[in-house]
Design a protein around this ligand. Structure first.
Ligand code: SME
Length: 154
């Protein structure tokens, strides 16, 4: 049997649904998702919720280290590339990634999972890891489950 992912999406999805049911707003849902993912611990070092506003991603919630990249144009950095190319990005070694925007020297790997509602991209969950190749497929799938829940609830 495959190893269990560090991130268990089920309890997070249920927490998001519970918050939604008691009228939590967008900011609270995004912050809850960021905090609960980061609490999974390694490989989840820092979690950023960037939401799409026209041609720009705006940081609306995060847990972990602060970042200077609070607004990222579509097409810039790995975050902007994911939106421009309509795909998730799992970068095992950021030091080799063209266009990577660094926010600190300790990050080794980055995972970006788009929040999609049908054809529409609402934003993304961006996770930094201090562990090289930090995000095997099971972690990526777990983050996607949280992204899919947010797509319905936001
Ligand atoms: N590394 C990202 C920028 C966001 S910070 O890591 C939080 C990028 O290359 O787009």
């Amino acid at each position: 049997m495959a190893d269990q992912p560090a991130l268990r999406p089920g309890p997070i999805v249920r927490a998001l649904q519970g918050a939604f049911a008691r009228d939590a707003g967008r900011q609270e849902l995004l912050q809850l998702a960021a905090r609960r993912i980061q609490e999974a611990g390694p490989p989840y070092t820092s979690v950023y919720l960037y939401m799409l506003h026209g041609g720009e991603l705006m940081l609306e919630a995060f847990a972990g280290r602060t970042t200077e990249h609070t607004r990222i144009p579509v097409g810039k950095g790995l975050c902007g590339q994911a939106v421009a190319e309509l795909r998730d990005i799992n970068q095992p070694d950021v030091s080799t990634a063209p266009g990577y925007l660094a926010c600190n020297a300790d990050t080794k790997a980055e995972l970006i999972v788009l929040i999609r509602r049908g054809q529409e991209i609402l934003g993304q969950i961006d996770v930094d890891s201090d562990m090289a190749a930090g995000f095997p497929a099971a972690e990526e799938q777990a983050v996607r489950e949280v992204a899919d829940a947010l797509a319905v609830l936001l």
